[in-house]
Write a protein that binds this ligand. Structure first.
Ligand SMILES: [Zn+2]
Ligand SMILES: [Zn+2]
Length: 370
């Protein structure tokens, strides 16, 4: 069967023919991936910055954001049938029996660092005709979400962040009356950094929670994708022409900064404008080597005097995937055009070379179809 694979040793990316997988235990499920989303991680892998083939193979099948259809289930599988739509998780448990997070379906919090990630690290990805998986790592997708469910995986980052945000902000000692914009902790304003799919999904989710939400990125305001934000009621600032201080002056107290740009320079430039009792969520993973100078006294003073929190969030577990499915349904109901518009391009897997190596103007999420 066909697969799109990267060969790190040869520094090559090509369509290959690989053996079809089979169910080799009655607990497994055979799935046909229908669509696979491309993100910055894939682009880093195809430029050979990282990406590790499974043990014993010289290639890594690419792709970690997918929606697939179940084509066969093992006889001991409960809860899934042929024809069901599913989204599989990415990160899988490490083999250490003493790693409590991995033993309790929270491999996103793995202590040993010996986890695998499908399509990224030591496990095959989803840009191929058939994959085998285990029901514990599958989120079920309602039929009506078929056209947007490839967004579930990128939404899980926001999903995990929002759950932790809720837990962290429960430290605030007052209760806001039900119906307060931004939820019971009264977070009123949020600033998202970065105009990629994670930033867009975060901005829509924060707006959905009732917060006045803004997004800042280097994209010029006439980039067609910025209109998608404006249509959903999200404010926009072009960070190429406005300083963080000017943006903060226009917003007021910034309760949440959600970083989804992957640049340490940009992240730390915005740290001084985080508001009183604010929380700064970082989700980007910059490459090594960019040294940033910060005013340490100022950062520390603000953190302490303003009760601020900096929170790093990576990846997500199956619970976050299930919550993401639920929330994607709500977002699709409230902002149907916006959610559809997030998938800016669909192209057959065979055309991968046009889409994988570079970003195009107006691109939000490019999806390869199988
Ligand atoms: Zn991704
Ligand atoms: Zn672990």
């Amino acid at each position: 069967m066909k697969a799109l694979a990267v060969y790190p040793e040869e520094k090559d990316l090509r369509l290959v023919s690989i053996p079809e997988p089979r169910l080799d235990s009655p607990e497994q499920v055979l799935i046909h991936p229908l669509e696979v989303g491309i993100c910055g991680t894939d682009r880093d892998i195809v430029s050979f910055e990282f990406g590790t083939p499974p043990q014993g193979l010289e290639y890594l099948v690419l792709g970690h954001e997918t929606i697939g259809e179940v084509v066969e289930v093992g006889r001991n599988v409960e809860g899934f049938r042929k024809g069901d739509l599913v989204v599989p998780t990415v990160r899988r448990p490490c083999p250490d029996p003493s790693c409590i997070p991995c033993q309790t379906h929270q491999s996103d919090m793995c202590f040993t660092g010996r986890f695998t990630e499908r399509g990224i690290r030591s496990a095959s990805g989803y840009l191929t005709e058939l994959i085998v998986d285990h029901p514990a790592f599958l989120a079920r997708i309602p039929r009506e979400l078929r056209s947007v469910a490839v967004l579930v995986e990128p939404l899980t980052v926001t999903e995990k962040a929002l759950k932790e945000l809720d837990e962290v902000q429960s430290r605030l000692p007052w209760q806001c009356p039900p119906g307060t914009p931004g939820g019971r902790y009264g977070c009123r304003s949020a600033l998202v950094l970065g105009a990629g799919p994670v930033g867009f999904l975060a901005a829509i989710s924060l707006t959905h929670l009732g917060m006045k939400t803004y997004l800042a990125s280097r994209n010029p305001p006439d980039d067609p994708k910025i209109q998608v934000l404006l249509d959903a009621g999200i404010g926009y600032f072009c960070s190429a022409v406005k300083t963080p201080q000017e943006i903060a002056a226009a917003i007021g107290n910034i309760d949440i900064i959600f970083e989804a740009a992957g640049s340490s320079q940009l992240s730390f430039e915005y740290l001084p404008v985080l508001g009183i009792n604010g929380i700064y969520i970082m989700t980007g993973v910059p490459g090594p080597g960019n040294r940033v100078t910060i005013d340490g006294d100022d950062v520390m003073r603000r953190l302490v005097l303003n009760n601020q929190v900096i929170l790093g969030v990576v990846n997500a577990n199956i619970d976050a995937f299930r919550r993401a499915v639920h929330h994607l349904a709500l977002l699709s109901e409230q902002y149907p055009e916006t959610v559809q518009a997030l998938i800016s391009t669909r192209a057959p897997m065979e055309d991968f070379s046009q889409y994988l190596t570079q970003k195009r103007r107006g691109e939000i999420k490019t999806v390869l179809t199988l």
